[in-house]
Write a protein that binds this ligand. Sequence first.
Ligand SMILES: Cc1cc2nc3c(=O)[nH]c(=O)nc-3n(C[C@H](O)[C@H](O)[C@H](O)COP(=O)(O)O)c2cc1C
Length: 217
Amino acid sequence: MNIVVIYAHPYDGSFCKGLLDTVVASLKKRGAEVKVKDLVKMNFDPVMRPDDLKAAKTKIYTDEVKAEQEDILWADALVTICPIWFGMIPGFMKGYFDKVFITGFAYENGVGLLQNKRVFSLFTFGANDPYLDMVKQYQCIDILWDNLFGMVGFKDIATKFFTNVPLSSDEVRQQYLKETSAFMDQIFDSRLGEIGQNGHAELLTKLVSQGYLNGRI
Ligand SMILES: Cc1cc2nc3c(=O)[nH]c(=O)nc-3n(C[C@H](O)[C@H](O)[C@H](O)COP(=O)(O)O)c2cc1C
């Protein structure tokens, strides 16, 4: 099993780094080939430059983007790890997906080109559950992940949310790490398509095949 871990956190003292270490250890224990993309340490440029956007038509990618695309094609599954900032993934992680999953590479005319892949995502929050529910932060992520991974053809979109992280006790953090290992086991112990998606990507594909969108996506 080939797995790319996309990690978006600026410093090593974070709880996200603890998740990253647990994820890598769990995946290796199950015999996976693992590539870690630490976006900050790689200094990945998240800004969409003119040539990056032109690549939607020209399919001429920068070396930086091309190398990422090759690894995405290599992967059977992606694992993403990030904190939630203002209800959303960090902007530099969004920039990674905007550039790497560009039209023409990841989808074309509403059809996902990255079929038969899966994503398992871990998110950390500072707030606690009732607040996050009330202000719809879980929904924001579900909607984004559907529009991103559903759109490009992923078969499974699995998410795990860790709340109240800065104020949580060592016991709770240990429990979160245990849950992370169990979450990683699902990559190996569930079949492709078994987890599924929560959204409307299949409907989109159907509408496109019936000509409704007239190739405008
Ligand atoms: C700029 C910024 C915005 C934040 N916005 C939110 C938010 O919208 N919701 C939330 O629950 N926590 C928010 N937080 C708190 C972080 O999510 C939390 O500190 C982090 O997930 C803890 O994990 P870490 O130790 O890996 O950073 C924010 C933190 C920062 C720095």
